[in-house]
Design a protein around this ligand. Structure first.
Ligand code: URA
Ligand code: CA
Length: 440
């Protein structure tokens, strides 16, 4: 087989066989095909797209390019959840203890943040002592003992995806739905998930800026799951403003504790309950999403989900005292309120700009491998639809680098739009995609 022939076929819009895709990915992973040929192929895929069959073949070729985690010794259906990135998106930290408390095993490999979106592993590192790299035997032992184990994404998982992603990043081929869908699904499949719940974000703070693209991405990922025998469903949720109030690592841990204690931002809690209810259904612990929703609400009310969070922290070597006393988390030296300069209705909050401000305060990375300030970030004090008076706080900013305060404050002033007329906020939940297609 020759790479040139496969590139030509894709360029001309002819469907590739499973065998051709497997050969291409395997040869590239083994450094037998140069970057320039794969770059040409990626650009051909960008313009010609891929059929469902090709996308499934690409997903599996990337999944089997490294370790395939076998969780069959853990009883129960392993349901993984993936969010397509966002701002103030603390869902994993809330969902892991919540669904584990309902008996669904949570075996997760999570990533670090880049740009304005946060990563669960960075957030967990804000907990003193918490170990984010587990050996395989520790991962399994923790899962057996406390139903949750979360570890950093190992380089041995879907290495072909890592290599392809780096190339896409520098060849303007990231924004292709079959390439994004196969990239996400290959890692979930290789990490051992039996079933998958996807949270596909739509809006200015997300990868997918509009509902049409988000729906296509969701349908493509659900279709891959169906073709490769890992049942997948997707929830489409709005990311027009930060989901929770907190953006930043230790600040988001505090917010997760609040939600698990029955307080905190309604929108974040609602998205967690919706995603969790579907995880319970796929995991065989609830017969309907409505029943799952009630179960999860009860686990918050009776503090069992919060207790599970403490148990999970202890199991991974962290100081569970943070659950009762969040002053034990990293604290910023400089804390400043950003106040409204005018009076009116909040009509827009750019999640992307809030995420950017948090990153500049030290909460996120501008480049891979950059050190971050775990205590830094933004806590929003306003939401779309509410009235703000002149001088009323819109947000609080946290950092250890005093020189960053002025810029972050100005970015937040720009991010929050204040008008004389109110707007009706967009719905949080835009719909579902499962094997029966899209429905509200
Ligand atoms: N996230 C991924 O894991 N892969 C993509 O291609 C895009 C977002
Ligand atoms: Ca995230």
């Amino acid at each position: 087989m020759r790479a040139t022939d496969i590139i030509t076929k894709k360029r001309d819009g002819i469907e590739l066989s499973d065998h051709e895709i497997e050969w291409l990915i395997k040869s590239y992973t083994n450094n037998e095909i140069p970057d320039y040929q794969i770059a040409a192929w990626l650009m051909a895929v960008f313009f010609q797209g891929m059929t469902d069959k090709e996308t499934a073949a690409l997903t599996m070729a990337m999944a089997v390019s490294g370790d395939m985690v076998d969780l069959s010794q853990i009883p129960g259906i392993k349901v993984d959840k993936h969010s397509t990135g966002g701002v103030g998106d603390t869902t994993t930290l809330v969902l892991a203890p919540l669904v584990a408390a309902a008996g669904v095993p949570v075996a997760k490999m999570s990533g670090r943040g880049l740009g304005f979106t946060g990563g669960t592993i960075d957030k967990l590192e804000a907990i003193p002592g918490f170990k984010t790299t587990l050996e395989r035997h520790e991962f399994i032992a923790n899962l057996q003992a406390c139903t949750i184990a979360i570890t950093g994404q190992s380089a041995a998982i879907a290495p072909a995806d890592g290599k392809l992603y780096s190339l896409r990043d520098v060849t303007a081929t990231v924004e292709s739905i079959p390439l994004i869908a196969s990239s996400i699904m290959s890692k979930k499949i290789a990490s051992g998930a039996d079933k998958i719940v996807l949270d596909v974000k739509v809006g200015n703070g997300a990868f997918m800026k509009n509902q049409t693209d988000a729906l296509r991405l969701a349908e493509t990922m659900v279709g891959i799951g169906q073709l490769v025998g890992r049942e997948t469903m997707a929830v489409l949720t709005s990311m027009e403003q930060p989901l929770g109030r907190a953006v930043g690592n230790s600040l988001e841990i505090k917010e997760a504790i609040k939600i698990l204690s029955g307080q905190g931002e309604r929108t974040l809690k609602e998205v967690c309950l919706i995603l969790g209810s579907h995880m319970l259904v796929l995991g065989g612990k609830a017969s309907t999403p409505e029943a799952g929703y009630c179960q999860l609400t009860a686990l918050i009310d009776n503090k069992q989900a919060l207790a599970k969070f403490g148990e999970f922290i202890t199991a991974q070597g962290g100081d569970a005292a943070i659950v009762q006393d969040d002053t034990k988390l990293p604290q910023a030296c400089f804390i400043q309120e950003v106040s409204s300069l005018s009076q009116g209705y909040v009509t827009a909050i750019s999640a992307a700009q809030i995420g950017y401000a948090a990153m500049r305060l030290g909460a996120g990375r501008e480049y891979k491998g950059q050190a971050i300030d775990l205590s830094a970030g933004v806590v929003m004090q306003c939401r779309i639809g509410q009235v703000l008076h002149c001088g009323q706080p819109m947000a609080t900013i946290y950092t250890n680098d005093k020189s960053r305060l002025a810029e972050a404050s100005a970015t937040i002033q720009q991010a929050v739009r204040i008008d004389t007329q109110p707007v009706v906020p967009l719905p949080l939940l835009l719909g579902f995609v499962d094997k029966n297609g899209f429905h509200k």
